[in-house]
Design a protein around this ligand. Sequence first.
Ligand code: G6P
Ligand code: MN
Length: 443
Amino acid sequence: MTMNRKKHTITIAGAGSARVPALVGNLIEMKERFPLTKIIFYDIDNERMGKMQAYDELVLKTYYPEAEVVFTTDMDVAYCHTDFVFCQMRVGKGEMRSYDEKMPLKYGLVGQETCGPGGFSYGMRSLGAMKEMVEKVRSYSKDTWILNYTNPAAIVALGLDRLFPDDKRILNLCDQPFSLMKSFAKILEVPQETLRARYFGLNHFGWFTDLFDTAGNNYFDQLRDYLKNHDFKPFNAEQRSKSWLDTYVRVNKYMQYFDEYIPTTYLQYYFFPDEIVQESNPHYTRVDEARDSREKEVFEVCGQAVGRDTMDGITMLTNGVFGKLMVEVAESIAYDLHNEFIVLVKNNGIIPNFEKDAIVEVAGTIGKNGAEGYYFGNIDMFYKGLMENQYAYESLTVDAFIEQDYKKALEALTLNRTVIDPEKAKAILDDFQSVSKDYWVLK
Ligand code: G6P
Ligand code: MN
């Protein structure tokens, strides 16, 4: 039924990411649904990309012999002729992520890569490289789709919208709502494919407001009751490290105070910053945990492929969240399927009593014209207040980047709910500035 679909060329930007081998597995699993003629692996760090190259080549030669495979460190080769850019570049790699997560802890502030001051610092780095990428891609073609997974997606999405206001082929993605829905499906014992949600917020700052299936059964109250009485565990709890398990249980904690909606896990940083700082180890943060777990496992599997001709005895990596989402989104665009996802789109009246120019996260569909959010309606004062504060922070961060404006950066950080105190905001801003000179400068 899905045969004879037009084939595409894709570029994986940031192919040195340890998430890429599993994404390749998803491309293989979904090759009937989203068939490819060519896959271009691109990274500026050839050594890091090289750790996975033998595996990527072997798995594709074995299961996707019809696809041409290219590895490059040359931006022009990467972008000169491609239909989709799957972007998950991490500017500054783990080394800079480590500063983002550890420096704020010195001041008793949350250390996280997307929320709080760490998200600010990472956002400033991502914006420069993302701008360069979009300019390069567009110098060759206005038709190429750019699917962006680079974080912090909230700031990247807003920044790209400001920098390229007429560009209709940039789609920013986050897999956390998708991942949470998988966990909901497991708890409710319903097939994940049939579940639909209603949701509103900003990226990493939103709430589920409804949950039902395609047959019309509603599960929202059942799930809410469950979460008020049982520990929330991710669907893949066995594979998750401690910090993620603690994160999920904080959804339960949040719901002891506010139980009308189900919050995204990232709201923990804004609601319980002190508890999180107390539990953090300033010498061992998520970047270290990810390096010692996922990254190590991926590099081990990839190492087995070196010098081998067959996949015998080597596991094919896949990812039921990130990789699956990326490929399903590309498929939905390529064949104009209008499948439903939780999407990042310009508000423009989706939430009428909220900033028109904000990028909101809501349920919607994806097709050949990109993402379209469903109308949501007005939101109550509590949520509006939280979101306006967060949007002001995001917006000033983008302004600070574009205008290289120190004052706006300081205002942004002071507005962030995890910071508040301008003395701390200034201290962390100056610290980040001192280690980020290769990436951004403020006047
Ligand atoms: C979720 C978020 C992503 C984030 C990832 C971090 O999937 O939606 O934005 O990048 O978690 O996961 P990690 O395992 O790298 O800490
Ligand atoms: Mn995300």
